[in-house]
Design a protein around this ligand. Structure first.
Ligand SMILES: [Zn+2]
Length: 265
């Protein structure tokens, strides 16, 4: 069993907390989340049995999205809530009961540090990384609702240009399920950009089984919501991240004006 000492060992007191926030008092109706922002691993888990090149590629985190999310958050004065630990430790966009929550295999890579994990060890990852992140999103939504502030949830992700040998043609994709208000607008404005190939629920769609942030914080709270997925080669460096943040800031600004004109926020 894991007592207090083992608990302290997963995430040492002087290790950075999982939740990272920007523009906490931001005035924008947009609330950004970033489930796969970081690729930290608690020191007690070492390297999960993986070589460095596996820990820096897309299986560990959403390459490039941190820079986009932070610039976008500052640009729109919109609250960003991001999670700093690798999704190989625990995936913050999977229901904790899903097999892929703590993956034993990602793409074609076996994760030795996740094999044969004791239930108590899995529970520690949940209670010290997954739960504080989602609790914070919950608290922030609660506060905004109490203050009668409009809240449009946008979950920011990036995707690898090639997955399992298949090249993906889209530059950007929307990712949604039940909301019928925000996703069509987002698609319309993204498709108006002449240089973009836009995926409609491509390369991923949202479901209750494979996702957590949108179903739980967006749909159950009845907020307008969508995910945005950007292809990683477009945001691999700072200038790409800057350009995409500027582009999304412009588009989301137009969407905000439309939602206001329609009385939706
Ligand atoms: Zn992601």
């Amino acid at each position: 069993m894991y007592g207090a000492t083992e608990r302290a060992l997963l995430l040492d007191r002087n290790e950075v907390p999982p939740v990272h926030e920007l523009q906490e008092t931001g005035s924008s109706p947009f609330l950004f989340t970033c489930d796969h922002y970081g690729r930290l691993i608690p020191r007690s888990l070492g390297d999960l049995g993986l070589p460095e090149h596996e820990l820096t590629r897309h299986i560990a985190w959403d390459i490039g999205i941190a820079g986009v999310a932070e610039t976008l958050s500052r640009r729109l004065d919109a609250h960003l809530i991001a999670q700093r630990y690798s999704r190989l430790v625990i995936d913050c966009n999977r229901p904790p009961e899903a097999a892929s929550s703590i993956p034993m295999i990602s793409e074609a890579t076996t994760i030795p540090g996740n094999e044969g994990l004791a239930p108590e060890a899995a529970e520690l990852r949940r209670s010290l990384i997954f739960e504080p992140y989602h609790r914070r999103i919950d608290e922030v939504i609660d506060r905004r609702l109490r203050e009668n502030r409009p809240t449009v949830l946008v979950s920011l992700h990036s995707f690898t240009p090639v997955y399992a040998g298949i090249a993906r043609p889209w530059h950007v994709g929307t990712l949604y399920h039940r909301d019928t208000r925000l996703p069509p607008l987002l698609l319309k404005y993204l498709r108006a950009e002449p240089d973009l190939v836009v995926g409609d629920n491509e390369p991923y769609a949202v479901s209750d089984v494979t996702d957590y942030t949108i179903p739980v914080h967006g749909e159950r709270r009845q907020l307008m919501n969508s995910g945005i997925e950007i292809r990683q080669d477009l945001i691999a460096d700072q200038s790409g991240q800057q350009q995409w943040a500027e582009r999304l800031a412009r588009i989301l600004g137009e969407i905000e004006a439309t939602l206001r004109a329609e009385g939706l926020i």
